[in-house]
Design a protein around this ligand. Sequence first.
Ligand code: FES
Ligand code: FES
Length: 150
Amino acid sequence: MITKFKVDNVDYSIDIDQNTPLLWVLRETLNLTNTKFGCGVGECGACTVLMDNKSIRACTTPISMIINKEITTIANENDKDLKKLQNAWIDEDVSQCGYCQPGQIINALGLIKQTPLPSDEQIIFSMNGNICRCGTYNKIKTAIKIASKS
Ligand code: FES
Ligand code: FES
């Protein structure tokens, strides 16, 4: 079935099985590999993207749910809130191995789209499902506070 959607302000129209997970469409069909594959079952957050400004797990979201939606990934160059978060991430030197960070930043973006000035408790609650094996959680919280105030 022909499916239309938008990723980072670019329109796509592809013929694809409607059960295909969005993550596979991004990485394999469109070759947009900035969004990472971790667990594949919705448990780690590595694959987080925004759908119409709300965080979703791309690995467990079938493409049938994306029809006519707008997807935002870590590669979006036009989102001012994303740019603020990326700058705060750099200033706070958040990343270690870096693998989880695209999902962390996009999940943080979903938070500040819904709650522009989040409290510590709101940050902890919202970021809870995004796993970082390198333990960067405190720096992530600081970077989100800085970005939300800038
Ligand atoms: S790869 Fe999607 S939540 Fe882990
Ligand atoms: S920075 Fe290594 S898993 Fe998060």
